[in-house]
Design a protein around this ligand. Structure first.
Ligand code: SF4
Ligand code: SF4
Length: 306
């Protein structure tokens, strides 16, 4: 699964002053690459490990500068807009550099561990005053596990609080190495019913639930469980009841459950990536429906938070 040498990896964003992904004010580092394929992915630019071009058609004036800049002849101008032959694109980013309208953007750059730490340390003052730290997310952080582990290790040497967000789809030997340097796990659960999980993500949830149990019972990590709530896909009451009982029986270190209502951010991004799954459309669940789901979770004696 590992595609980097551990000392460098592919990062597509570093966000400062984040407040939703662990305690206090945090720096979120977004890594590329993911082994599963959620229909509703909110960060589809993270799915492949290779750098990818996003094309925002509304900003394009059809000047053709990107066409001239592309040495792979991957871009053609058609009716005032451009088309990219992604099988020819090598992710060099020259078209993005040439585009003065920011219509083309390259998602993903090589970072060394040192470079990530340098960025993270810009926010150190805020960590101290807010109880914050560093959160690695993606993508799936275990996809570039050696890189992830080395960033976390350096953070711990510096005394920083560390969190990872994971979908949990990884060999346990890999996850357990990474968790050695992790204070808090934000663990995503997409569906509790294996066959529905397979339909929505391309993989069964057996490994994911088994790793969740081990992370809690074997190495006793603090865990926040996160569930994206996607109407008509994973919002049946049965699903939330199964989640509640699984947590009670298998995740004693679960400190919180977050139910995250679907939002359409990923739809526009899939269009910009010119992806075949770009026809996935959904809507946010109603406030009343969210209250119902939260009350099911509460009925198991678990503290949910939105
Ligand atoms: S990233 Fe490079 S290869 Fe791909 S379209 Fe742009 S210039 Fe061409
Ligand atoms: S350089 Fe930018 S604005 Fe010009 S054609 Fe290419 S994408 Fe459009």
């Amino acid at each position: 699964m590992e595609k980097s040498n551990g000392q460098s990896g592919i990062v597509f964003n570093i966000q400062h002053y984040c407040i939703h992904d662990g305690p206090g004010i945090r720096t979120n580092v977004f890594l590329k690459g993911c082994p599963i394929n959620c229909l509703w992915c909110q960060n589809p630019e993270s799915n492949q490990i290779q750098p990818q071009i996003m094309y925002e058609i509304s900003k394009c004036v059809g000047c053709g500068a990107c066409v001239s800049a592309c040495e792979q002849n991957a871009i053609t101008l058609e009716n005032g807009h451009v088309k990219t032959n992604r099988s020819l694109c090598n992710g060099c980013g020259k078209c993005a550099d040439a585009c003065l309208n920011e219509s083309r953007n390259l998602m993903g750059k090589t970072y060394t561990v040192e470079k990530v730490i340098e960025e993270v340390l810009q926010d150190r003052l805020f960590y101290g005053t807010s109880g914050g730290g560093v959160t690695l997310t993606g993508g799936e952080v275990l996809y570039q596990y050696a890189f992830t582990k080395n960033i976390l290790k350096e953070c711990k040497k510096l005394g920083l609080h560390t969190a990872i967000e994971t979908c949990g789809y990884s060999k346990w030997e890999i996850m357990s190495q990474v968790l050695e340097h992790t204070d808090l796990v934000l663990y995503d659960i997409k569906h509790m019913i294996p066959e529905n999980h397979l339909l929505c993500t391309g993989v069964s949830n057996d490994l994911i639930l088994s790793n969740l149990k081990k992370a809690s019972t074997d190495i006793k990590k603090d865990i926040i469980i996160r569930v994206p709530v996607i109407p008509n896909y994973n919002d049946s009451k049965e699903n939330f009841h199964k989640l509640g009982s699984f947590i009670v029986e298998n995740v004693p270190t679960c400190i919180e459950v977050n139910l995250l209502p679907y939002h359409a951010m990923g739809e526009g991004k899939r269009d910009q990536l010119e992806e075949s799954r770009s026809n996935f459309r959904s809507h946010s669940p109603s406030q009343e429906a969210m209250e119902d789901y939260l009350s099911i979770i509460r009925s198991y004696g678990i503290t949910p938070a939105k």
